[in-house]
Write a protein that binds this ligand. Structure first.
Ligand code: ARG
Length: 565
């Protein structure tokens, strides 16, 4: 259910009726209970323009706001704010509507956008590391969210499968014997060994370089080795995706190498537009105000990461028909994306109206605030991290109920993986975040476990009630009203999350929702005998909708719920 949109409309009608024209009317959340539910603060600027008293104007506008429907109470406050309070009866009726609807009252977009989400995108030469964990989790959440809101989503896993390292890797693969796939089970080790050979043996190094050239010229033997290597490496990633419950498949893979045949044409197209400058033998695009150029072809004729990204953007806009492309990549690549978007627009690879966004994110740090590493300073393998998560989760839940071994394993999986994902998603993606098992696996605070617990608690109430639930909602107490209003804000929150690509809005919302439920449950008994049946039905409806909203919200984050915890 949209709330702000209809309120903005009511306000702009009222302004018009008061003889005032304002281009866009935008109410904000009130912030404090005494300010009502929403506040409009546009009157002061208007008054300045008109050289009139703001409180007087506010009063005139307020007089034109009907209070017999959605809005129940209007008040002019301070220097000329208009405070708006939603009518309780309206909230109750709307909850009834949402309860009876399919998507928790979220209407699918009238005009869907086609959105490409570029995420995960690891390099095949090495094992996936923690940086790719963040991209994978944030990207998957955004893709789920856009889909839920009715957009057409195209997931793109832009894997790095091309470059000079692969000469060394396939030379080493050949040396190990092609079917010795066991040696590829630990990619990190494989890379280290290959590098060791490269540094120690000039003949091997020469062969590696020769294999790069052969690979680029399409030599069948080298291509075969390379395909085998990529296949294994991608298999490792898929193991991680599987454990994470992330919706990325082979069909979503659009590797860097797949653009190879278009790179010469990309450079030619830039040349046609007069965008290229030869600098130290390299083909560059110089952008105004930038110290460093965007280099698209090296002096030896080789192409770069940047060239491939230009080909990818052109493909996404002109072949896939993207209206919006979200690149979920760590913040250190901000410069690259700024230049990429600028060049793509100049070259016509992206349209002026195509929304291009770098969904950047900060680093994952350990408890002491240092970049996340293994004890001996190596990169942490994701698969190990996720296995550890399940072990920690077992410890956190094991004392709670008498689980069978099988149940414990299943629950620990959902709780542990959920905790890792939630901890990542619950802070502003641009900040670095501290990875802390104890904090993320706590039943208290803004954690997935707290939400899973709230969900399970509601399920237990429903089990104990056991009867049929069909009554309508009445809001008699403060805590019922607060919970109901929060429930209605679900769609507005999702729209804002999608507009700004900030998943922590979802977690903040869910945490507040669950906290409001706990408070409601304390003051508004449901199962107690002396509660009249109408009230009980109403409260049960609120409880069900709370549980469904938590389930759906966590579902968008790719986190499961449990009926018992
Ligand atoms: N493979 C790159 C890395 O690991 C990320 C690719 C992101 N996507 C893109 N279109 N550049 O850093």
């Amino acid at each position: 259910m949209k709330l702000k949109q209809p309120i903005n409309r009511i306000l702009s009608d009222a302004l018009e009726q008061a003889g005032l024209t304002v281009e866009t009317v935008q109410v904000s959340d009130a912030g404090k209970p005494e300010f009502g539910d929403y506040q409009y603060n546009g009157i002061m600027a208007l008054a300045k323009q008109l050289k009139r008293n703001p409180r007087e104007i506010a009063a005139e506008v307020a007089a034109h706001i009907p209070t017999d429907g959605m809005i129940g109470w209007v008040e002019v406050a301070g220097p000329g704010f208009i405070n708006l309070t939603i009518d309780n009866g309206w909230i109750a009726r709307s909850i009834d509507q949402v309860t009876g609807s399919k998507h928790l009252g979220v209407e699918p977009k009238a005009v869907p956008l086609r959105v490409v989400v570029d995420y995960s995108s690891p390099n095949m030469a090495k094992q996936m590391h923690v940086g790719h964990l963040r991209s994978t989790i944030i990207g998957d959440t955004l893709a789920n969210l856009f889909t839920f809101l009715g957009d057409e989503v195209i997931r793109q896993n832009h894997i790095g499968d091309w470059g000079t390292q692969f000469g060394m890797l396939i030379a080493y693969l050949e040396e190990m014997g092609e079917d010795s796939s066991g040696s590829l089970s630990d990619l990190e080790q494989f890379y280290k060994n290959a590098k060791g050979r490269f540094d120690a043996d000039p003949a091997f190094a020469d062969k590696s370089r020769e294999y790069v050239v052969k690979l680029q010229s399409g030599d069948v033997h080298c291509l075969h080795l390379w395909e085998n290597f990529i296949d294994k490496s991608l298999g490792h990633c898929e193991e991680v995706y599987g454990k994470l419950g992330v919706n990325l498949t082979r069909e979503d893979v659009r590797a860097e190498s797949s653009y190879n045949d278009e790179l010469a044409d990309i450079v030619a197209a830039l040349d046609d537009k007069g965008l290229l400058t030869l600098s130290d033998g390299a083909q560059c695009v110089f952008l105004e105000g930038d110290e460093h150029p965007f280099i698209v072809q090296k002096s030896d004729g080789g192409y770069l990461y940047a060239t491939t990204d230009l080909a990818a953007i052109r493909h996404r806009v002109h072949t896939l028909g993207a209206d919006r492309i979200s690149y979920v990549v760590d913040a250190r690549q901000a410069g690259h994306f700024r230049q990429l978007f600028a060049v793509a627009r100049l070259a016509g690879f992206a349209r002026p109206e195509t929304r291009l966004e770098h969904v950047s994110f900060g680093m994952m740090l350990d408890k002491s605030g240092r970049p996340f590493k293994t004890r001996d300073g190596g990169t942490v393998k994701l698969i190990d991290l996720l296995e550890e998560a399940v072990i920690h989760a077992r410890e956190a839940i094991t004392s709670r109920e008498n689980y069978s071994e099988e149940e414990l394993e299943r629950i620990a999986g959902i709780v542990g993986i959920g905790a890792v994902k939630y901890a990542d998603l619950s802070i502003h993606r641009d900040s670095n975040y501290i990875f802390d098992w104890d904090k993320m696996l706590s039943f208290e605070g803004n954690t997935s476990l707290y939400l899973q617990y709230a969900y399970a608690r509601i399920q237990s109430i429903l089990r104990r009630y056991g009867g049929h639930i069909e009554g309508s909602v009445h809001l008699d107490t403060h805590d019922e009203r607060a919970l109901a209003f929060k429930l209605l804000q679900f769609e507005d929150m999702l729209l804002r999350t999608a507009a700004e690509s900030l998943p922590h809005y979802i977690t903040t919302y869910l945490y507040e929702l669950a906290s409001l439920f706990m408070k409601f449950y304390e003051t508004c008994p449901i199962l107690k005998e002396d509660i009249d049946e109408t009230t009980r039905q109403s409260r049960l409806q609120l409880a069900i909708l709370t549980a469904e909203t938590i389930r759906q919200g966590l579902g968008l984050l790719g986190i499961g719920v449990l009926d018992r915890l």
